[in-house]
Design a protein around this ligand. Sequence first.
Ligand SMILES: [Zn+2]
Length: 270
Amino acid sequence: MPRLIQVTLLLFAVLTIYCAPLPLSAAEQNQVAIIIDDFGGDVKGVDDFLTGDIPITAAIMPFQPFSTEQAERAHQAGLEVIIHMPMEPKRGKASWLGPKAITSQLSDDEIRARVRESIADVPHAKGINNHMGSKVVENEHIVKVILEEVKAHNLYVIDSGTSPRSMIPKVAEELGIPYATRHIFLDDTLSSRAHVHKQMTSLLKVVEKQHKAIGIGHVGIKGNETFAGISHALPIFKEKRVDIVPASHLLDSPIDKDYQFFWQAKWKEE
Ligand SMILES: [Zn+2]
């Protein structure tokens, strides 16, 4: 073979190998968890999420009329289930919490009993996150009592991010419980699908920065605007090769310090 052709072929081979996209290492895979809170009641959107093909993590409030039924349905649909534990906020009505919420007046034994009852009421739960709770999550003692019970049942914990002074990460770390913190709220009670879509793109910005991100949305927002907004944003996730995974896949992900600043201003009681 003439030398020039040999050299050309060699050069071509080297370039092909050099330019081929490298497979992403596990640490570089871009992954997002979408947790949908407030399941358990008879609201619009439950069926869309429980029969849709978005691999959400279903956060189900215990002690609601359909808590157990919806946990079973979510599990059968292949979705990860977590307990959306109601906890006392600094502001807000008791009616927003529903029955058997964790409040600061309870004894330690009563708190433990409520966590255990919630686990029984929401079968298949792999983890727990807080519904509201700005008052409770700042109380290190109460958080410890809750998380000791969480640990005893091998659950993980997601800090929903309702208070900047939450003790959940600190106590989870001390007790050796897998945990993560919410980055972006995808909606609020007045959200339109356009707003949800925008929040989904904010989630992508977190992913670009640190490869992993957790978004929390809600079932029953103005009919079902959250489902519509998420669905509308999914093609961009596909295009950017960002996978939607159960929350359990993203535990203990390190929080990027620069980014912490970005979302620190966004604590909300949801
Ligand atoms: Zn909630």
